[in-house]
Design a protein around this ligand. Sequence first.
Ligand code: GAR
Length: 191
Amino acid sequence: MRQRLVVLISGAGSNLASLLENLPVTQIPADVVAVGSDTNAPGLQHAAGRGIPTFVVPWEEFSSRAEWGVALGDALAAHEPDLIILSGFMKLLPPELVSRFSPRILNTHPAYLPEFPGAHAVREALASGATETGASVIVVDEGVDTGQILAQRRVPVEPGDDEAALHARIKVVERELLLQVLENMTTAIGT
Ligand code: GAR
């Protein structure tokens, strides 16, 4: 049976765009059935342009993180996801929302976890003077980028790299790792 993926983004969604373009030409039995956001993210257009439903659960319309989490959980559940993929989703999920879908929430992260968790991983890797960083795909747990690591790969920091150049090379690796993880997971689910 084909797996239903719901992707959450907060920004440009370039990794989402890559997934939407490349997933259908793999043998992976999975489809992106909806894309959601905490804000009116420009990346939602990548989905809307392909006729994929989008939804926004605006953070600022709720009086607490927990209430926002319930609403986001209901919006996700409406699309009956087998897997939820955080792809540049920059809000921390409330623990109740994580446990509602755990262990079926994945996150892609632009660093070689547990190095450089959090929202500024590329900037912090550059500032540290590290000669290499990386990309990771993890299972989301209640911590900040502390969940089980499903795949990761090193990315060298090149002389003269700025944040944008390094992040662009890391994203290429993130996209490959996500497809690799989806292939492994959907094979495991299907057997
Ligand atoms: C990606 O590198 C993703 O891993 C990162 O945001 C970028 C989104 O780029 N996520 C985090 O840093 C989460 N801590 P995109 O909007 O161009 O796909």
